[in-house]
Design a protein around this ligand. Structure first.
Ligand code: MN
Length: 321
């Protein structure tokens, strides 16, 4: 199989020639991979093809509207399309059936490792649904309200509701057109950004009780235990993004979240502001990451782990100033 980058036009021409499509999302599917997949599926059906989305894992309740009104189509797929999948490892459980069999990949991750016969990567797109928007136009399909909702979902979720630095004027122009078409932007925003599960609220309350501040309130630390997860009923998705909490405190430049993962075993997330490096702090414990976000694993009692990571954070405070 030859690996090469293709234009969106080449991808579109290929899709026009094939008939029966399986469209894959990445594992732990988010709004962008799902929005990309359902938008493309609907567009392909509209131009007379048969297509189905293979959700990689389960479709969370809040994303159900993406498949509104879509009927199940039973058929054997001939062509496989991957959307928003940066590398083959993100195929997860789909690896067995689809590994090495992906024909087309449309993605927006700069570090995309090509694994399909044809690959289009546009890393300037804040969301992959921006790429899918242009692809649908090339296919000659009409962007109806359902497709607009799918495309908008990718854009709003991958931009933190138009808040991140990845947003471009193109993002805004596409979103504006989707609104003109009548997408349910305010309702989608509410479901994605202003709605939390009860378990999430409960674990947040428990987590806030663990907050401690250090070094003139420049370092903030929170933790979760398996007992807390059990008591609040919080699952994996309810725990998502808790690490953002300590850094939200005014004046805090290093936010640390310690998660109990096993017996005397903890996963630590570090978030920093300004000159302070999260990766530097985590490196001391065999971890790593980016400048503003890093992670590492530590062993010991909760007290020992908190102490060790606070010590490393203090060192970074002194190093960077
Ligand atoms: Mn994405």
């Amino acid at each position: 199989m030859t690996m090469m980058m293709n234009s969106l036009n080449e991808i579109s021409e290929y899709l026009k020639k094939a008939d029966n499509f399986a469209i894959l999302t990445h594992k732990y599917p988010d709004g962008d991979t799902l929005g990309s997949a359902f938008a493309l599926c609907r567009a392909l059906r509209q131009i007379g093809k048969r297509a189905k989305v293979i959700v990689n894992g389960s479709l969370a309740g809040k994303f159900r509207y993406l498949e509104n009104g879509m009927e199940d189509q039973i058929f054997e797929y001939e062509a496989v399309v991957a959307v928003d999948i940066a590398s083959a490892s993100l195929l997860g459980d789909l690896e067995d059936e689809f590994g090495g069999k992906v024909d087309v990949s449309v993605d927006h991750h700069g570090m995309n490792v090509p694994f399909a016969k044809m690959t289009y990567v546009n890393e300037k797109a804040a969301a992959n649904t921006e790429n899918v928007y242009f692809l649908i136009k090339l296919l000659g399909a009409r962007i109806d309200r359902d497709i607009a909702n799918c495309l908008y979902t990718g854009i709003c979720t991958d931009t933190g509701c138009f808040k991140f630095s990845n947003v471009t004027s193109d993002t805004m122009r596409i979103a504006a057109e989707l609104m003109d078409i009548g997408c349910d932007s305010s309702e989608i925003n509410r479901v994605m950004f202003d709605t939390k599960s009860l378990a999430r609220i409960k674990i947040e309350r428990a987590v806030l009780d663990t907050l401690t501040l250090h070094c003139g309130e420049k370092i903030a630390v929170i933790h979760t235990t398996m007992q807390m997860e059990k008591e609040t009923g919080a699952g994996e998705s309810d725990m998502d993004g808790l690490a953002a909490i300590p850094r939200q405190i005014e004046g805090v430049v290093i936010g640390i979240t310690v998660k109990e993962k096993g017996d005397n075993y903890y996963r630590v997330s570090v978030r920093t502001v300004g000159d302070y490096s999260a990766a530097e702090i985590c490196k001391a414990f065999g971890g790593g990451g980016h400048h503003a976000a890093g992670g590492c694993s530590l062993e010991g009692t909760l007290e020992q782990v908190r102490e060790k990571i606070i010590e490393a954070a203090e060192k970074e405070l002194k190093r960077a100033c």
